[in-house]
Design a protein around this ligand. Sequence first.
Ligand SMILES: Nc1nc2c(ncn2[C@@H]2O[C@H](COP(=O)(O)OP(=O)(O)OP(=O)(O)O)[C@@H](O)[C@H]2O)c(=O)[nH]1
Length: 642
Amino acid sequence: MHIPKVLLVNDDPASLLALESLLAPHADGFGYELVKARSGNEALREVLRQDFAVILLDVDMSGMDGFETAAALRSHPRSAALPVIFVTTTDADEQHRLRAYEHGAADYLSAPLVPQVVHAKVGVFVELIRKHQQLQAQAEETRRVNAELRSQRLQDLERANRELELEVAERKQAEQRAHELSTKDALTGLVNRRSLIQHLEHAVASSDRRRSQFALLFLDLDEFKQINDGFGHDVGDELLRQVAARLSAAVRASDVVARLGGDEFVVLIEGKAPAENAARVARKIASAHARPFTIVEHRVHTSTSIGIAVYPHDGASARALMKSADLAMYRAKEERKQNIGNVGGNAGGNAGSNAGGKVDTQGGNIRFFHEEMNRREHEREQWTGELRHALAAGQLDLQYQPQVALASGQVRGVEAQLVWQHPRLGRIGAAAFLPVVQDRGLLERVDSWVMATVCAQAAAWRTGDSPLARARVALNLVAPALGPDLPARLLAEVRRHHLPAGAIVLEISESLLAAHNATVEPLLRQLQGGGVTLALDDFGHSGTSLAACKKLGLDILKIEPGFVRNIGDNAGGTDLVAAIVHLARALSMEVAAIGVDHAHQLAVLATLGCDDWQGALFSAPRTAQELAELLPEVLEPHTIRH
Ligand SMILES: Nc1nc2c(ncn2[C@@H]2O[C@H](COP(=O)(O)OP(=O)(O)OP(=O)(O)O)[C@@H](O)[C@H]2O)c(=O)[nH]1
């Protein structure tokens, strides 16, 4: 607390000293300080500098008198409330006294000054300021304490909040852990048996609601026990983990992969065509197992037996379906064992096979619970195996069907068609095996062979004096999609054989375009940039719009045989072909008709302004050898017979 101060103002030094002397003993005793000012202005300066409890102001000062000084003090906010005691040495009248009060006097003293009176009056104000200071100090303390309490409370709240958040997070983590423990397999992180049953029951309910199907794959590693025994349990564990990873990589994110325990796994496949998808996934899994696993310094070979059951055919409940899939897996395992027995009794198993003598089962055996599906799967496997063999054994060949210009009757080109000299079935076309063989890698290898053979043949015709020296050669692909590397593969063959632009035509099916419009466009541009002509095969077969043909910038449109067959019928078949020719013209595309077997069809096509045609009426597809033998007779300008 500050020591209270009392300001004495008088322009007469003697009076000022007298007043000071009068107050000094009291100031010492009462604990306040005296400050002197010798004019009104000096008093004003002092009150701006320091705080006073009271001011004793002489009224009769020369220059600025006491009243003027008081008025100035009142006008300043800092001193407006400062109590003023007027002091006068003259014997003031009542008028004078009133004037003083009008100027805001707190009190009035006139000569002769009685010390006790002056002490008492000054003491009141000093006491007042002391009380005021005390109150201020208390208020300050209260504010400080309040602020402290607030901040303390805030800190307490924040701490409590943090503790609460931590507890919530810990509880959540614990719940998550508990959930994982109850739903996940600890070794592999896959869905566990308990959770799989729930997934299955859910799948059953949703399948019943939608009247849809779903498939269950039951997998068991072959001779896993021997791996455990041969390499140790830790290697066995790591193998299970790696198998889990390969399984997860082989399926879509929406499929459920579970470990039942031991070396048993289950994959649940929902969505469209679950049986077909299951077979595909099973093959993918089997081939994923065909690659060895690297565990520490070991290269471990394994394979898996897979049983497939489809809901609701093969089981009316989750458990019944599991049983069927398990049974199918068991049969797959039995078959495998029999095969191994047949191959040479290498029942030494994987540990033995890891040492070198593994019986190649393509990574596993797959068996449907349902016999019909098994039959189909078996058929598919057989065709795939035979085609793989056919490619290696040179059983594949190409036949060429001439394409004739309608206006001139000249052979403009040939369309290469894949044929297979099948050892059992004789010569068969690609249509016989394409729907069955789904091994995309194999089909792409067949395409590579077709591209290389067609380009080599085209080059051979061009170098000799063959009537086909200027013919363009069209080829068809067997793979179900235009892979991103297809242009590079085909153009490499074109360049290898020094074929000029326009020598090779790639026939693209409507289905090939339909599925991949956005990704296909740049591939088509790349092919055209490399001099390959593009034809849309079998137009009208699956409803490609002409606008799409225009957008894709195709060069030739081949009208499918079904339309050609209907030429001349009474149901507007001719009009339909006329409309197609007309629209193709409008899009600046060449038009060719396929499957022209009768002269009347040819006559109509001629009147419609079709560019080329191809069909039995001119020639069936023939091998290059056969074509050469038939030359020149077949390749003479053709005469249209009406
Ligand atoms: N490393 C490891 N082994 C396990 C685990 N759980 C079970 N096993 C072993 O896995 C083996 C399962 O063997 P089976 O599937 O019955 O037999 P297999 O040797 O695979 O023979 P087949 O299935 O008939 O080809 C047993 O030897 C179990 O001891 C595990 O968590 N880790």
